[in-house]
Design a protein. Structure first.
Length: 648
């Protein structure tokens, strides 16, 4: 890693002539984990990784025109990980940037020079934002990943990632002892099963001596798990933790569990895991999605944050835009993550934010971590949408500093990505001041408004999970409920629209999900008068003529949100058009086209939802809202016909 740090400096540092940058590897009470101290003289750190991060910080400041001030920078989270949902056949679950960079169908196991170059570039990008680990395969894991053949490729990948400080982890299928090992059971308390895992783990560490550990999706969405054998999540996680322990390996055990039998999916992870608090080994971390249902455009924070007090808990965010417009819509996600991290759980008094409850500030926990479901693929721009790179960037920076501000990260990213990007003889020369006022400021504003625009035109006021569920999770589908389908995979389960009103009643007289939140939140969420508008229909089923804080009816307010979302995207189009002189022709054109598509799709969302809900509300669309351009019948007919779904 030191060699990498030196190489980066030599390649890019433009300090004044003759000036030297000193790299000092020395412990110091103020420097934690992979933190570093920057000064005019250079970088000091306690680990080689720290040196590397310090060097990248130096280069970032140089490129963004910030001065190098003396000071220590320590990471908020010890582990800052990408989760790749990549399958051995090269496909990427919920991936919108092409195939996997790690796996491919043909000659899967031959490592080419091109593979290595790509992995190196990927590792370098990660290191530049402080990401120090990658889970190389999908949580819906194939048992094959643990075969000797695949482990050979894992070793090759690990060897390329290592010099950049990126550790390698794998997702494992809980039934691997049966599927791969030929055992009759995967019962975590069966000695033969434990032995199988023990020898498998030994084999992994022979190939990858610094292997990070396992990520496990078990007893979740049909995946096998300890509950198949009448055991608990703790039994399963602890068994794996025990076999990894001698090597320093970790288990990241996902809390994304729900069964079709419960009346409210949002309550289940909490109910399942809260009773297990304190029962996990210290090398287990429970990985919890930011919201209690899934990665919806907006959810309140998962009530598990802060509620598990004797167990390490890590937030899982989704960088890939499964529910936020894939690689078509421009969605800068840092505001969403910031909103979650800064939510106060009150679990240990005021100020117990999600960030502080998970990064070691509130509870003593052996490890702290944050995971992001990666949006990286083989596309030349890595992430499908040029602006989706900003989400990879911001995820790393937020995992490093959980108090970082979305606005600052957007500005940093824009400077690093677009400064000096104007090209071609027709482009006017631009001064720095010009660039700031005509590009940086408006495009930062556009980015900051982009997530809320999507919330507005798709699922405003706390609506959730009303996307078309025909596998793609892109457009609207509030109607989608094929006969025989699991109710909790259909939008009507979540919006509950009827002549009486709309929204999911999670109050004390409803599913009582509100009681999973610590006071004062439980009381605040329980009362529609005090529940924040953005979570209103998450917690309440309300009549269409319910009087909102604004004085308008719920129906009118809903319609205005949809309208506002559409208008916002049109404004983004205008803003982007103005940015033309400051962007190279290729990226300008691609983003312009995508915004055009997004604009049309926003109208589809608005029309579909308003026309669908209008069947129940029987109220007119307010005059301030553009009349629908589509009919409900065509929109439903154009929705991709349902294929046999594995999941919504
Ligand atoms: C859902 C995705 C599905 C994932 C699942 C998970 O639709 O593809 O497998 O989450 O996180 O949001 O396990």
């Amino acid at each position: 890693m030191l060699a990498t740090a030196k190489q980066e400096l030599q390649q890019s540092w433009q300090g004044s002539a003759g000036a030297t940058v000193t790299l000092t590897l020395r412990k110091d009470k103020t420097i934690k984990h992979d933190g570093f101290r920057l000064s005019a003289q250079g970088v000091q750190a306690a680990t080689e990784r720290g040196i590397l991060y310090g060097v990248f910080e130096l280069l970032r400041r140089q490129q963004t025109g910030q001065s190098v001030t003396d000071g220590v920078s320590n990471p908020s989270y010890e582990l800052r990980l990408l989760n790749h949902w990549d399958n051995p056949d090269g496909s990427v679950e919920r991936g919108y940037a092409g195939k996997s960079i790690f796996w491919r169908k043909d000659s899967a196991l031959v490592v080419t020079k091109r593979d290595k170059t790509l992995w190196q570039e990927y590792a370098r990008a990660n290191a530049s934002v402080g990401i120090n680990g990658s889970v190389l395969n999908n949580v819906n894991a194939s048992p094959m990943i643990l075969s000797a053949e695949y482990l050979g490729r894992v070793k090759a990948i690990a060897n390329v990632l290592r010099p950049y400080g990126v550790k390698t982890y794998l997702s494992v299928k809980f039934s691997s002892p049966v599927l791969l090992g030929g055992l009759k059971t995967a019962d975590p308390l069966d000695p033969a099963v434990v032995n199988w895992w023990r020898s498998k783990v030994k084999e992994i560490y022979q190939q990858v001596p610094d292997f990070g550990g396992f990520l496990v999706k078990a007893s979740s969405e049909g995946q096998p798990g300890p509950q198949d054998y009448g055991r608990t999540h703790a039994d399963g996680a602890n068994m794996l933790a025990d076999v990894l322990k001698p090597y320093g390996g970790l288990v990241m055990w996902r809390a994304f569990v729900y069964s079709p039998n419960d009346k409210d999916r949002a309550k289940q992870a909490y109910n399942e895991f809260v009773t297990l608090d304190g029962k996990f080994r210290d090398n287990v971390i429970i990985q919890v999605k930011n919201g209690p249902v899934d990665f919806q455009p907006r959810e309140p924070f998962s009530p598990l944050f802060g509620a598990l007090k004797k167990t390490a808990v890590m937030p899982e965010f989704q960088i890939t835009q499964e529910y936020l417009g894939h690689a078509i819509d421009l969605a800068y996600l840092a505001p969403m993550w910031e909103e979650c991290l800064q939510s106060d759980t009150y679990q240990a008094g005021p100020g117990s934010t999600v960030a502080r409850c998970t990064n070691g500030s509130v509870y003593r926990q052996a490890h702290s971590a944050m995971a992001g479901v990666s949006n990286v693929g083989l596309d030349t721009n890595w992430t499908g949408h040029d602006f989706a790179q900003a989400n990879w960037y911001a995820f790393g920076r937020l995992a490093w500093n959980s108090s970082a501000k979305s606005a600052q990260l957007a500005e940093e990213w824009l400077k690093l990505t677009f400064q000096n990007a104007a090209s071609g003889p027709t482009q006017p020369a631009t001064s720095a001041a010009d660039w700031n006022t005509k590009f940086l400021t408006p495009i930062t504003q556009l980015m900051l408004a982009s997530r809320e625009a999507i919330v507005d035109y798709s699922m405003p006021l706390g609506l959730h999970h009303i996307m078309s569920a025909t596998h793609h999770h892109y457009g609207p589908g509030p109607w989608w409920a094929p006969p025989g389908m699991r109710a909790d995979w259909t939008p009507p389960y979540y919006h509950q629209a009827s002549a009486n009103g709309v929204g999911f009643d999670r109050t004390k007289t409803g599913s009582d999900a509100v009681s999973q939140y610590h006071e004062p939140l439980a009381t605040q969420f329980n009362n529609p008068a005090t529940c924040p508008d953005e979570y209103l229909l998450w917690f309440h089923h309300l009549p269409w003529d319910f009087k909102m804080k604004s004085g308008r009816t719920l129906w009118d307010e809903l319609a205005l949100h949809y309208e506002h979302g559409v208008q916002q995207v049109r404004q983004f189009q205008r803003t982007w058009d103005q940015a033309q002189p400051y962007v190279d022709a290729e990226r300008f054109g691609v983003v312009q086209n995508k915004l055009r598509t997004q604009s049309g799709n926003a109208v589809v969302w608005k029309d579909a939802c308003l026309l669908y809900f209008q069947q129940f509300s029987r109220l007119p669309i307010p005059a301030a809202v553009e009349p629908p351009m589509h009919t409900l019948e065509t929109l439903i007919a154009n929705d991709t016909p349902p294929r046999p779904p594995r999941q919504p």
